[in-house]
Ligand binder design. Structure first.
Ligand code: RIB
Ligand code: CA
Length: 311
C-alpha cells in the first residue's frame, strides 16, 4: 500500500524537484499540496505548486493555499535565490487547474482526522507556519501524525540566511518551536546533509539528457537555482535541499543521523531561528527529532534521475 503524504511547500526550485520526485514515485500517495509563504509570497507559491503538478501531468492533485505570513513576524522571502516568480529558470505556463477550495490548514486538520491514525506523513519543505497553525487549532491531530519529515535547520553547516539560521526555520521560528514540541515523530533534513547533495554540472546534464519536458525543466530549474550558491559558497553546484525529504521516504538507507534534542532560538536577535542540536548529547533535554547528518549523494541523484525519467 502506498504511503500517504501531504507536501507543505513554498516553491521554490528545489521544492519543485521534490514535488516531481514524489509524484513520480508509486510508493507514495500524494493526498495534496499545501502552499505556504516562504521563498516568495503565498500568491506565487500556490501558483508555482500548481504549475509543477501540471508539468508532472497530475492536475488532479489538490493544491491548497495556506498561511501568507509567519505566526508572529513579518515575512522574509528569498527572491535573491529563487528569482522574482520563485520558479525562475524554465518558462512554465500559468496553471489551468484551479486552486482547491478551502484553507490549507483546514485540509491538514480534516485529513489527519479522517484518515486512520498514524497513516499520513507530513513532508514540510518550507516555513512551518501551516503545520504549526494546524497543531495550535487542533492539538488532537498531533498524535495522529505518522511522521513529519522536514527540510530545515543546521548545526555543523551553520546558517544560510543569517550566520546561525537556515531559511525555513528563520522565517517562522515560533512555528518551528511548536512543531518540535508537538510530540509527533520528526525527521529533520538540515543544511548539514543537503549541502552534501550538490547539483553538479554532470548531474544537471543528466536531467537534460532525459530529453523530456520534465528533464529539461528540472535542468533549467537547477541551472537557475545553482548560480546563487556557487557564488556564495564557491561550491561545485547548489544544495538540492527539499528533494532530500522525499528521497528519505523512498530510500532511507541513503541517509544517516542521530535522534537527539533540537531546540529553536526564538528570542535572541543575533541567533534567531538557530536550531540548537544536541548532537553530542551534552544536555539532559529529551530527544525530539532524528537529525540527519549524512547522505549517499550519488545514490540520491541516481534515484532522482531515474524517477524523473518516468514522468
Ligand atoms: O534553506 C533552504 C530551504 O529554504 C529550502 O526549503 C528552500 O526551498 C527554502 O524554502
Ligand atoms: Ca522550500
Amino acid at each position: 500500500m502506498a504511503r500517504k503524504i501531504i507536501i507543505d511547500t513554498d516553491p521554490g526550485q528545489d521544492d519543485a524537484v521534490a514535488i516531481l520526485l514524489a509524484l513520480a514515485s508509486p510508493e507514495l500517495e500524494v493526498l495534496g499540496l499545501t502552499a505556504v509563504a516562504g521563498n516568495v509570497p503565498l500568491a506565487l507559491t500556490h501558483v508555482n505548486a500548481r504549475k509543477i503538478c501540471e508539468l508532472a501531468g497530475r492536475p488532479q492533485v489538490p493544491v491548497f493555499a495556506g498561511c501568507d505570513a509567519p505566526l508572529k513576524r513579518t515575512l522574509v522571502t528569498a527572491e535573491h535565490v529563487h528569482g522574482r516568480t520563485g520558479l525562475d529558470g524554465p518558462d512554465l505556463p500559468a496553471p489551468k487547474m484551479p486552486l482547491a477550495e478551502g484553507h490549507a490548514v483546514d485540509f491538514l486538520i480534516e485529513t489527519l482526522r479522517q484518515e486512520p491514525a498514524n497513516s499520513v506523513t507530513l513532508c514540510a519543505l518550507g516555513p512551518l507556519t501551516n503545520i504549526a497553525t494546524a497543531l495550535q487549532r487542533a492539538p488532537d491531530v498531533a498524535p495522529r501524525i505518522q511522521e513529519i519529515v522536514l527540510m530545515g535547520g543546521a548545526y555543523f553547516e551553520v546558517g544560510n540566511i543569517t550566520p546561525t539560521a537556515e531559511f525555513n526555520i528563520y522565517v517562522d521560528p515560533e512555528a518551528a518551536e511548536i512543531v518540535l514540541k508537538s510530540g509527533a515523530p520528526i525527521v529533520m533534513m538540515p543544511l548539514d546533509v543537503t549541502h552534501q547533495a550538490l547539483t553538479t554540472r554532470a548531474r544537471i546534464e543528466a536531467f537534460r539528457a532525459l530529453g523530456t519536458p520534465v528533464g529539461r525543466a528540472v535542468a533549467d530549474l537547477t541551472d537557475f537555482f545553482e548560480r546563487f550558491d556557487m557564488e556564495k559558497y564557491g561550491s561545485d553546484g547548489a544544495p538540492l535541499h527539499d528533494p532530500c525529504v522525499i528521497a528519505y521516504l523512498l530510500q532511507p538507507q541513503l541517509f544517516s543521523g542521530r535522534t537527539i534534542n533540537v531546540e529553536i532560538e526564538t528570542s535572541s536577535p543575533l541567533t534567531l531561528g538557530m536550531t540548537v542540536a544536541d548532537w553530542w548529547r551534552v544536555t539532559d533535554r529529551a530527544a525530539n527529532a532524528t537529525f540527519i547528518g549524512k547522505i549517499d549523494a550519488d545514490g540520491f541523484y541516481r534515484l532522482l534521475t531515474a524517477r524523473l525519467a518516468t514522468l
